[in-house]
Design a protein around this ligand. Structure first.
Ligand code: C2E
Ligand code: CA
Ligand code: CA
Ligand code: CA
Length: 272
């Protein structure tokens, strides 16, 4: 504890204790929760910005226990530390395969679904093979599944992340860079990132009136991406102004509350 003040010490101590209690409870209940199917896939639409048509969805997990929805921010970081994120994610990937399989058998309009890849997966070099095996067992085309890799995993784990990305892509899976521009510049890595889609971090769209500087940065990333044959999706788009601006600078796609919140699968199915 850096601060010598007694009161500050106590304040941190109580919070730490509460966090430890919460964490212990999560640790004690996660495995049973997975068996009890308390982890549920929500889907958030992705739209084409030029005509607002539906072009895909992102799968986002919700932990629903006794009718209460727990958001991923409250448990994913814990699961990344204790390794359980691997079990949870493969469960989510399988749920997504089942959803796609169901849509195929119902003759619905098919749009790709993206899933999130935690940095923890890259510790296992069999990761891509496991994904392939799973998708093969459901007999669905690889291009209906897209894997989102956060830009931050490229910084600590550059070689493993690039290699997984190349393998996924050569098999025909969709690949995107999540949270692009969130913190660290990954511009120098962009030349090695054989990605289909760059997802611009929602931090660029935190307020309605984007500053001139932000507009310049966003439009430059978009034009750079186009020349690199990548598509750009803007995340966290909440207002019409933002959408109009993005459309004017030829951003390809968007995702955000302006268009739709993440929703249960049954609700998403009304859109396709
Ligand atoms: P993410 O991958 O960047 O996902 C986008 C987050 O932005 C989601 O939060 C989504 O609900 C939220 N969002 C969508 N539109 C808007 C908007 O217009 N404004 C704002 N402010 N937010 C918007 P969510 O669902 O709470 O997920 C948080 C993070 O948890 C995700 O960030 C992702 O990193 C992680 N996560 C979620 N599901 C999974 C999963 O199944 N596996 C793994 N490994 N991570 C997951
Ligand atoms: Ca994501
Ligand atoms: Ca993101
Ligand atoms: Ca994220």
């Amino acid at each position: 504890v850096k601060n010598a003040s007694q009161s500050t010490y106590c304040f941190f101590d109580i919070n730490m204790q509460l966090n430890l209690q919460r964490e212990a409870e999560i640790n004690n209940t996660m495995e049973q929760a997975l068996k009890d199917k308390e982890f549920v896939v929500y889907l958030q639409p992705k739209v084409n910005l030029q005509d607002n048509s539906l072009v895909g969805a992102e799968a986002l997990v919700r932990w629903i226990r006794d009718g209460i929805i727990i958001m991923p921010g409250d448990f994913i970081p814990i699961f990344e530390n204790n390794g359980f994120v691997v079990n949870l994610d493969f469960y989510i990937y399988e749920e997504v395969c089942k959803i796609i399989k169901e849509w195929m058998s119902q003759g619905r309009k098919l749009v790709p679904i993206s899933v999130n890849v935690s940095r923890v997966h890259l510790h296992d070099e069999r990761f891509v093979d496991e994904i392939k095996k799973l998708v093969d067992s459901y007999e669905i085309p690889y291009n209906l599944l897209e894997l989102e890799l956060t830009e931050s995993i490229f910084l600590n784990n550059t070689e493993a992340a690039l290699s997984a990305m190349r393998k996924l892509r050569s098999l025909g899976f969709g690949v995107s860079i999540d949270d692009f521009g969130a913190g660290y510049s990954s511009l120098n890595l962009l030349k090695d990132m054989a990605t289909d889609v760059i997802k611009l971090d929602k931090g660029f769209f935190g307020h309605d009136n984007m500053q001139r500087e932000e507009q310049i940065i966003v439009s430059s990333i978009i034009s750079m991406a186009k020349q690199l044959n990548m598509k750009v999706l803007s995340e966290g788009v909440e207002t019409q102004n933002q959408s109009d601006f993005l459309k004017s600078v030829l951003c390809d796609m968007a995702q955000g509350y302006l268009f739709s919140k993440p929703m249960p699968v049954s609700e998403f199915e009304k859109l396709i």
